[in-house]
Design a protein around this ligand. Structure first.
Ligand code: FAD
Length: 452
């Protein structure tokens, strides 16, 4: 009796594990009743082994898509915006992904991508005129995210060109300055840089810039140094922020490549954003025409207007990094097997994946609303700062979990997550550190300034 029961039970489990098409083929070639008899004599371990073997040979389980937009925020975009998002994604996956690790390792910029980037027509995406697409801030954020999802260095290069450099001219330049520079910059024929930070003055730039500007007839004489300036080594034009020695106010100057007394030296051996060419700029009695002074930049408050806009895009970049890391890690855990099973089937690994997705989804929802505020003209410094603080903090958590679930391979460049881990460190610090952005939010919510 117990033998019959064992036969039935084992046969049932065996049949459950076999693909039906496979079973009908098998019955043509082997004596199935005899096989069942042998199966009945198997113990549980032997039966499990057989089922696993047969299961592995059957049809592959259909898995859900690897998708970092869990709440389907993409569905809130217009058809036109969605198409542009997918175009940028395709560009990044087709043109950047295959070369990115090589360039990251060499710490060089892939100039050959510029003509292809130009074709996307996304530079100065929110600006009106000068060949710019005049799209929403939401679209600007989506572009930053899509770029950073594949590579944060390219997103940073683009952010400096389209946001910081073009934005300074668009928001603070005279009509003549806009006409002179923006069409060429929009086409990436003219590359820009933005020089605010100095070797001795980073967070304290608002009140502490040491680079000086001295008016001399129709020209200005600039003296000082700038540090960390993205694109500095090859930029055609650099926006330099300097303190006017006469009225003590911060002013902006458009310094052309090759200007006498102006030099840029590459910063070597960075452990993050290695593709971005950051430089130290030295100005020694560097003369700039009054017509190249940004005509509507009269104090640091004007500089801050540019930073408010670009800080929002940096929060989106952080989201892109987190999304890239999460999607790479999720795909990896579904194919990597340990103990005979995909590691994605382990509870502790799923715990990490869900933590990552929670953070990523919170971040995406936050920046989506941030851009809505920006599009409504209601964005305040503290809104941008809060998103920058939260997203860069959460991104650090997501990328480190992504690295963790990939074990040793998590630190190899070829598996794509190590780069996000390193790059998220730079994004965490630039455009205002966590502390400085927290102080901006703290001042807004308490009414007390804790800046020292
Ligand atoms: P510091 O100001 O020296 O800060 C050191 C630490 O002290 C930080 O943790 C900071 O939060 C903390 N701290 C400072 N003040 C306070 C305070 N009052 N209360 C509490 N904590 C405080 N700059 C540009 O102008 N153009 C660029 O293109 C550019 N690109 C960059 C690219 C990269 C990869 C990096 C890393 C930086 C870039 N920067 C650029 C500079 C960047 O904006 C600065 O690094 C940043 O503002 C911080 O300045 P700092 O590095 O001098 O740090």
């Amino acid at each position: 009796m117990s033998g019959t029961f064992a036969t039935l039970r084992n046969a049932y489990h065996l049949l459950k594990s076999i693909d039906f098409r496979m079973l009908s083929k098998l019955s043509e070639k082997i004596d199935l009743p005899k096989v069942m008899e042998s199966v009945a004599r198997m113990d549980d371990n032997q039966l499990n082994g057989l089922m696993k073997m047969l299961g592995n040979r059957g049809a592959k389980k259909k898995l859900p898509p690897v998708e970092g937009d869990f709440y389907d925020l993409g569905s809130r975009l217009s058809t036109e915006d969605r198409a542009l998002q997918l175009k940028v994604r395709a560009f990044m996956e087709r043109e950047i992904q295959p070369i990115v690790n090589e360039y990251w390792l060499k710490a060089e910029f892939p100039f050959e991508i510029i003509p292809k980037l130009r074709e996307l027509n996304i530079c100065g995406v929110t600006y009106d005129g000068y060949g710019c697409p005049n799209r929403s801030y939401l679209m600007e954020g989506i572009i930053a995210m899509e770029m950073a999802r594949v590579d944060a260095s390219i997103a940073t290069f683009f952010g400096v060109q389209s946001g910081l450099a073009m934005g300074s001219i668009y928001m603070l330049g005279s009509q003549a300055q806009k006409d002179t520079w923006l069409p060429g910059m929009q086409q990436l024929n003219i590359i820009g840089a933005f020089g605010l930070t100095e070797p001795e003055v980073g967070s304290g730039a608002a009140g502490g810039l040491t680079t000086t500007a001295k008016r001399d007839g129709d020209t200005w004489i600039l003296n000082g140094q700038k540090k960390w300036i993205g694109n500095a080594t090859f930029a055609d034009i650099t926006v330099i922020w300097a303190r006017d020695v006469d009225d003590n106010q911060v002013k902006g100057f458009l310094v052309r490549k090759g200007t006498r007394g102006f030099s840029a030296e590459k910063i070597h051996d960075k452990m993050a954003l290695r593709i971005v060419q950051n430089g130290i700029i030295t100005m020694k009695d560097c003369r700039v025409e009054e017509t190249d002074r940004l005509q509507h930049a009269n104090s640091f408050k004007d500089t801050s207007r540019v930073l408010r806009m670009t800080r929002a895009a940096v929060a989106w970049e952080a989201v892109g990094c987190a999304r890239g890391a999460y999607e790479n890690a999720l795909a990896y855990t579904r194919t990597r097997e340990q103990f005979g099973k995909p590691i994605a089937s382990f509870q502790l690994i799923q715990g990490h994946l869900v933590e990552m997705l929670s953070n990523l989804t919170a971040m995406q929802t936050m920046v989506f609303r941030l851009s809505e505020l920006q599009d409504q003209g209601a964005l305040k410094d503290e809104h941008a700062s809060l998103a920058k603080v939260f997203c860069t903090m959460r991104t650090r958590d997501v990328v480190s979990r992504a690295r963790e679930v990939m074990g040793g391979n998590g630190i190899l460049l070829e598996y794509n997550v190590a780069r996000f881990v390193a790059d998220s460190e730079a994004i965490y610090s630039y455009e205002g550190t966590k502390e400085i952005n927290s102080l901006i939010v703290g001042r807004a919510i308490t009414g007390f300034s804790a800046f020292v």
